[in-house]
Design a protein around this ligand. Structure first.
Ligand code: PMP
Length: 436
């Protein structure tokens, strides 16, 4: 169990802070919003992480989404080891990248995909392609949505930006965000109004398929369909960012839950996380007509030294091959069980909350009476209650996302033992949240 000693993590954090800004390579890892020592993990196995002090944790972060099968899945490790033994990067086309692209095209609305190395690259390139295809500059995004650290999209973004309370970021010139229109999420009227005014100049709307970076705020029924309709009425494109939801919210991504059923598809879509199987691999794709504008087929430039890397694509492909419809059924059942356990414990302790979900993904909204539908609502959360809960859970061996503005991730490896560890820790943590 966790919480005993954090001596080695603390020593590593001291060393890290001397050589890296804030001691981390991605801001939310530093535990700034919750306090305490970030745990330096040494090993992952299934639903469990072990830190350098030997503390074990049930992991509900899953490397922020990729670890759909749990840590160190034997089939993924085996495939990766074989791929590594054949060489780690060729800078040429290779079969694994073709197979991964086929697997993505087979499962999603995309007719063609280009592989890249991070979600940020995917959204950055999709945005460039939308602008290149339409010959327009303006882009509509929603407050609280995070699309990676793309300059033009960092206005009122979620994830670490909101966790750290940063309104925007220095280093992004005003002229770079001058063409970014930020609207309230789930507000169709605001989208209609923006298009009434700027419709001729808008290249695209970019949205998270189901936002998971302000906590989980699902699209209201018909919202994504309305975005598609409004964009097309004005000759603009819809980019659906499925970096987090892709192969996670459901097997084809969140689109399986709305567009696929309702009969519409985004023009461009971005993927990351799960499709890399724990390695740096991501993708953007969409309608063939648009994708064929990309170099070398067309004039819109985009490239990458490690794009389609044989080891990363092998890990991703193996993960997708193991992600069967049955796996998602089980994952959804696990997600429901975790939600029920958490909600029951919070209710018993008198902690006001909402659990919000999209497919297998969910988050807890702390201290709010009603369902949260936008960023303003998410920001009304009681972050002190969350911090107390988080710290108590960590002490009891449960590793949660260290921010109230992040989604919880379950994996196929979350079994009885993992859930009973969660259940045992909840009453104490819920009581701590109630006192905060
Ligand atoms: N889009 C979304 C919806 C994301 O959740 C993230 C990362 N959390 C990104 C883009 C950026 O991906 P990456 O961190 O791989 O650059």
């Amino acid at each position: 169990m966790g919480g005993v000693s954090t001596e080695r993590s603390a020593a590593l954090f001291d060393r890290a802070r001397r050589v890296s800004p804030g001691g981390v390579n991605s801001p939310v890892r530093a535990f700034k919003a919750v306090g305490g020592t970030p745990r330096f993990m040494e090993q992952g196995e299934g639903a469990w992480l072990t830190d350098v002090d030997g503390n074990r944790y049930v992991d509900f972060v899953g490397s922020w989404g990729p670890m759909l099968l749990g840590h160190a899945h034997p089939a993924v490790i085996d495939a990766v080891q074989q791929a590594v033994s054949r060489g780690t990067s060729f800078g040429t086309p290779a079969e694994p990248e073709v197979r991964l692209a086929e697997a993505i095209v087979d499962r999603t609305s995309a007719e063609e995909v280009r592989l890249v190395s991070s979600g940020t690259e995917a959204t950055m390139s999709a945005l460039r392609l939308a602008r290149g295809f339409t010959g327009r500059d303006r882009v509509v995004k929603f407050a609280g949505c995070y699309h990676g650290h793309v300059d033009a999209l960092l206005a009122e973004a979620g994830s670490g930006i909101v966790t750290l309370g940063i309104p925007g970021t220095p280093g992004v010139p005003a002229h770079v965000t001058a063409d970014t229109i930020v609207l309230p999420y789930n507000d169709v009227a605001a989208v209609e109004a923006a298009f009434a005014e700027y419709g001729q100049d808008i290249a695209c709307i970019i949205t998270e398929a189901a936002p998971g970076n302000m906590g989980l705020v699902p699209p209201l029924p018909g919202f994504n369909a309305a975005l598609s309709r409004i964009a097309h009425e004005h000759g603009a494109l819809l980019i659906s960012d499925e970096v987090m939801t892709g192969f996670r919210a459901a097997r084809s991504g969140h689109w399986e839950l709305d567009g696929k059923v309702e009969g519409w598809a985004p023009d461009l879509v971005t993927f990351g996380k799960v499709m890399g199987g724990g390695f740096p691999a991501a993708a953007f794709g969409g309608r063939r007509e648009i994708m064929e504008q990309l170099a070398p087929a067309g004039p819109v430039y985009q490239a990458g030294t490690l794009s389609g890397n044989p080891v990363a694509t092998t890990a991703g492909l193996t993960t997708l091959e193991l992600a069967t419809p049955e796996l998602y059924e089980n994952l959804l059942a696990t997600s429901h069980e975790v939600r029920r356990l958490v909600s029951d414990a919070l209710t018993a302790a008198g902690v006001t909350h909402q659990i919000q979900a999209a497919g297998t993904m969910f988050s807890v909204m702390w201290g709010v009476e009603d369902a949260v539908t936008d960023f303003a609502g998410a920001q009304r959360q009681d972050t002190a209650a969350f911090a107390a809960f988080f710290t108590s859970m960590l002490d009891q061996g449960v590793y949660l996302p260290p921010s109230a503005f992040e989604t919880w991730f379950v994996s196929a490896a979350h079994d009885e033992e993992a859930l009973s560890t969660l259940a045992a820790a909840l009453p104490t943590a819920a009581a701590a949240a109630a006192r905060a």
